[in-house]
Design a protein around this ligand. Structure first.
Ligand code: HBI
Ligand code: FE
Length: 287
């Protein structure tokens, strides 16, 4: 997810933003969105964290077609002070963090082709907007994302971006959340993926590990397969308070001396959630 070119491409502003040019989307491009939207919502009604589903409605994303970022931003502004700005693709880390720190979410304005519904080289508007934006209507999640941007700018000074990036990956992109007796999806990489939104909850193979900040920051990740494990948070409040309100300076120093962990290996210290379809969560966790 790292881009090294430091200058924005021709036609982009110095902060890498470009106009969305909503009026230029073709009917075929809107139809790709509608097809992806229908396919995901069919799965997510039962699987996504309820805040995601209510965000979709609150932001008017249940209307057909690729959302207009201006309209989306007006609604988000009113709810949590966020806006959505268009970028040509991956942007450098510092640019990405700077936008988040100012409550601007950067989104690709292009959409994948109808022939490649499940293949993505760079995040497109469906991943970025459908996957990420609905939860920005949630006040605590919205604060978490801003805190991540601020933490990113700070991590650059510690040379610790790779550790912070793991936190983003294992929560914002591929996190699960506990909802009473059930696990639900909240990571955008899962929510926007037809295959993984089933696999992450239904497949018995990947361990589902209770979130632990140090554990997460030490764990490497894979970018070209389904995840080999998932981390489970208790609530967005818990996530915000136990991560980004912590001073990461001493934490980075502490982790510097410890080996990185492979994604596939479960540790004796891991608190594991039961495989799907086995025992209810409450008895498995002794709650
Ligand atoms: N740029 N457009 C875009 N989207 C991202 O998710 C993104 C990025 N640049 C950097 C980045 N993510 C990551 O480096 C950070 O989360 C660490
Ligand atoms: Fe993403």
């Amino acid at each position: 997810m790292t881009q090294n070119a430091l200058l924005p491409p021709a036609g982009a502003a110095s902060d890498w933003t470009i106009p969305q040019r909503w009026a230029r989307y073709t009917d075929a491009e809107h139809a790709v969105w509608d097809q992806l939207y229908a396919r995901q919502m069919g799965l997510l009604a039962e699987r996504a964290v309820p805040d995601f589903l209510s965000g979709v409605v609150a932001l008017g994303m249940n209307a057909p077609g690729i959302p207009d970022f201006e309209l989306l931003s007006t609604r988000l502004q009113r709810l949590t002070g966020w806006s959505v700005v268009a970028v040509p693709g991956l942007v450098p880390d510092e640019v990405f963090f700077e936008h988040l720190a100012n409550r601007r979410f950067v989104a690709g304005n292009f959409i994948r082709s109808a022939e490649q519904l499940d293949y993505l080289q760079e995040p497109d508007v469906f991943h970025d907007v459908f996957g990420h934006v609905p939860l920005l209507a949630h006040p605590v999640y919205a604060d978490y994302m801003q805190a991540y941007g601020r933490g990113g700018l700070r991590a650059m000074r510690f040379g610790a971006i790779h550790k912070l990036a793991r936190l983003y990956w294992h929560t914002v992109e591929f996190g699960l959340i506990r909802d009473g007796e059930r696990l639900r999806l909240f990571g955008a990489g899962i929510l926007s993926s037809f295959g993984e939104s089933q696999y992450a909850l239904d497949d018995p193979a990947p361990p589902r590990i209770a979130f632990d900040l140090r554990r997460v920051m030490r764990t490497e990740y894979v970018i070209d397969h389904f995840q080999s494990h998932y981390f489970v948070i208790d609530s967005f409040e818990d996530l915000l308070h136990n991560t980004l309100e912590v001073d990461f300076g001493p934490l980075y120093a502490e982790l510097e001396g410890l080996p990185d962990l492979q994604p596939s290996a479960a540790l004796p210290s891991d608190v594991l959630y039961p495989a799907p379809g086995s025992v209810p969560l409450s008895s498995a966790l002794g709650a």
